[in-house]
Design a protein. Structure first.
Length: 224
């Protein structure tokens, strides 16, 4: 059992991921925290692709902007930017499976130090987060895979584990992990702690992480 530490809000996790994305990239945002990234890239040359069939989605819609025909992976209404276009699911997955997505950002229930992650079902509680959907295709097809999630469960249990106990979504695919407490690289040597949330130490982050972290010699406070 881990413990609860106070870190970034879900919105600030999304901001930290947005800061990692490079201009000129095509990005797919998964369910949960990743969908909030769309609110942090205004004015940047980042093209969001939704597997439901929309390219160049904008921020989340509010008020009169809401059109339930324009939604993201979390079924939240989004806005359309100049140049947005629409297509069927076949073309969408041709983009994904064809290797045309630079970065997929997904949420997770568990992740281990080998870059395996589970993100669609929690059998311990009899809960299913929708279904597997296009997650496996995105993990296999995207050039990079980022995970954005809270570091522990609401009860303080480990989500960064030595061994997955939930059904895996992808094996050995995760490149980088962003949580409310840390930014961690997934490398062949293990998990490398690069950044910690304001007010925390590497020891704090290790205390809520089951695998042993490799502390980067230049570990620093998260820049937002």
């Amino acid at each position: 059992m881990a413990k609860k530490l106070k870190g970034l809000s879900r919105e600030l996790i999304a901001l930290r991921v947005a800061n990692e994305l490079e201009d000129g990239t095509y990005v797919n945002l998964g369910i949960g925290i990743p969908t909030l990234i769309s609110d942090w890239i205004a004015g940047r040359d980042i093209i969001l692709q939704s597997e439901i069939g929309m390219l160049k989605t904008g921020p989340l819609a509010t008020g009169d902007e809401v059109d339930q025909d324009l939604i993201n992976a979390s079924c939240q209404a989004v806005t359309a930017l100049p140049g947005s276009c629409y297509f069927d699911i076949v073309e969408s997955f041709a983009m994904i499976r064809g290797g045309h997505i630079d970065v997929a950002v997904m949420g997770a229930l568990q992740i281990n130090d080998r870059g395996d992650y589970a993100g669609w079902s929690n059998p311990a509680r009899g809960l299913f987060v929708g279904n597997i959907g296009g997650s496996m295709d995105l993990c296999a097809g995207a050039r990079k895979l980022f995970i954005a999630m809270e570091h522990t469960t609401r009860e303080g249990e480990y989500k960064i584990v030595k061994k997955l106990t939930y059904p895996a979504t992808a094996i050995g695919k995760v490149n980088k992990l962003f949580t409310d407490l840390a930014v961690i690289d997934i490398t062949p040597q293990g998990m490398v702690l690069r950044e910690v949330a304001p007010g925390l130490t590497p020891e704090d982050v290790q205390s809520v992480t089951e695998p042993r972290l490799i502390i980067s010699p230049d570990v620093r406070e998260m820049a937002l």
